[in-house]
Design a protein around this ligand. Structure first.
Ligand code: AMP
Ligand code: MG
Length: 487
């Protein structure tokens, strides 16, 4: 038995989920097992890669005594409330407690239809599965809280999208699959008892140490605000565009979840979007911090009926916590930017200094990752790498002087500053054009680009000379990248 499940979610009331009988696939085939993650979960990687393991990862076999669940949730999609979404193409196989005592969900994504599938086929195509596997693992290596990928298998079946595509199933690992949308599901049904229960469950599972002077709902909101403020600050520091920050894709545990239309910035601009369905730019790079607050406000509304019998008092206390978000986000973001600039002390004006670089970067559409990575070279006496990223270098040169004066105030050795910058400014990110090329190759049967990217991105802060091509910005013909929701 590769997994020893202990599924706490199954002990919640029956209307929190559906027990699902899985639909087997015709020819399951292994693509990849994440050895390090398997070991961390206390799962044998060899067991997972064996024919019995692959049958399990494909949904062709269910462990005795376990029952897969499709979780109920709702959500605001692009600002519009949908009272029922739910796991329409995913199921929770079960929960395991990992080597560090952390409880983790093991979920199959692309595992077939459930009660929540609506018109969908419940399946996933190979491309989006490999993209999620690769990008989620890259995010983990970059140090961002995220769901993880344990395995990917092919189904031997065709899924029909715009064109027929090979089918695949991802095994996703998450601290939980609780979302803001899970709370909204019960709020829409005026099921306060369920919200009370869900709140208790979420606090115990994710924030057992949270102080609760104003009661569990306020405590939970406060923790989720803190986790989301920190998470989105990490995204902003790395130039990550989630692309579909609907409330059903907003994790209570504060992990990045749902890698459908995500992308990393190449040419920097706050208004950048990549998703073909985000026509209004709602989820543009620079909007992400305020969208997180918008989502948190939906969580507060869902919790409201359980906070205080006096509605005004309930609203007042929730509002007070929501108002703390901006300050908390700004503090995290400023701290991220300081590290990116090699600053080791906090001084007034640091945020303005960083913005002073971002402005010409935006104006001149400078590659975000190359620019920050290149700054360390300036301290080592070589500014050519950075300067040549700017078509008009005068504003950069002025800024570099300002930055040097500020660095000098820290009175720290250059080596320390360079080391700090090297530990937060990656050399490698999953570049959109490379991810796209990887998907095309894999769909045509060549998985070598997938494994190459996977291995380089496992160590994104280290120079890897043999992978220099993967650090490059897209060429002119590779711009204009669009992502499509992975459905
Ligand atoms: P997502 O875009 O992955 O966040 O999914 C939004 C909602 O659509 C969720 O309820 C999914 O379960 C559902 N969904 C997405 N793709 C499919 C599919 N191929 N079949 C059934 N449901 C789907
Ligand atoms: Mg989703």
């Amino acid at each position: 038995m590769p997994f020893h499940f202990d599924t706490s979610y199954a002990r919640l009331p029956e209307h929190f989920y559906q027990r699902v009988a899985l639909t087997p696939v015709s020819h399951p085939g292994l693509i990849v097992v994440n050895q390090a993650l398997a070991e961390q979960l206390g799962v044998s990687p060899e067991g997972l890669a064996s024919p019995e393991g692959v049958a399990l990862l494909a949904g062709n076999r269910v462990l005795e005594g376990t029952s897969p669940l499709a979780l109920a949730y709702a959500g605001h999609q692009f600002g519009h409330f949908v009272p029922q979404l739910g796991d329409g193409r995913a199921i929770l196989l079960g929960e395991v407690v990992d080597r560090d005592g952390r409880r983790r969900d093991i979920q199959l994504k692309g595992s077939g239809r459930t009660r929540f599938s609506r018109g969908g086929d419940g399946r996933a195509a190979l491309g989006p599965v490999l993209r999620e596997y690769l990008v989620s693992e890259a995010m983990a290596a970059l140090g961002v809280p995220t769901t993880r990928s344990l395995a990917a298998v092919t189904t031997g079946e065709v899924v029909r999208r715009e064109t027929p595509l090979p089918g695949a199933i991802l095994t996703r690992v998450a601290s939980s699959h609780l979302r803001i949308g899970t709370f909204e599901y019960f709020a829409a049904r005026r099921d306060s008892q369920a919200i009370v229960e869900l709140t208790r469950y979420a606090l115990a599972r994710h924030y057992p140490e949270a102080p609760t002077p104003a009661g569990p709902a306020v405590a939970l909101l406060d923790q989720v605000i803190g986790a989301q403020a920190k998470l989105v600050a990490r995204w902003m520091a790395l130039g990550f565009v989630h692309g579909v920050m609907n409330t059903d894709n907003c994790s209570i545990a504060g992990e990045t979840i749902d890698y459908g239309p995500c992308a990393f910035l190449d040419a920097y601009h706050p208004s950048r979007t990549f998703s073909s369905i985000d026509e209004q730019g709602r989820y543009a790079f620079g909007n992400q911090p305020r969208i997180a607050l918008w989502n948190l406000t939906r969580l507060a509304e869902a919790l409201l009926p359980t906070v205080d019998p006096d509605e005004d008092r309930a609203e007042a206390v929730l509002t007070e916590h929501l108002e703390s978000y901006s300050g908390r986000f700004n503090a995290h973001y400023a701290a991220e930017l300081r590290k990116k600039l090699g600053l080791m002390t906090e001084r007034d004006g640091d945020l303005e200094l960083a913005l002073g670089l971002l402005a010409p970067m935006a104006e001149q559409r400078v590659d975000y990752t190359l620019c920050f990575r290149g700054l360390a070279n300036v301290l080592l006496g070589d500014d050519t790498k950075v300067v040549r990223l700017f078509s008009e270098p005068a504003p950069l040169r002025e800024w570099l002087e300002r930055w040097r004066r500020r660095l000098a105030l820290d009175e720290r050795p250059v080596e320390e500053q360079v080391a700090l910058m090297g530990s937060v400014n990656p050399a490698f990110i999953p570049r959109n054009h490379q991810v796209e090329a990887m998907i095309t190759a894999a769909t045509e049967g060549d998985r070598a680009p997938f494994f190459r990217l996977l291995s380089v991105l496992a160590d994104p802060y280290r120079e890897q000379a043999e992978a220099a091509d993967l650090a490059e910005a897209p060429g002119q013909d590779q711009f204009g990248y669009r992502t499509f929701c992975g459905t």
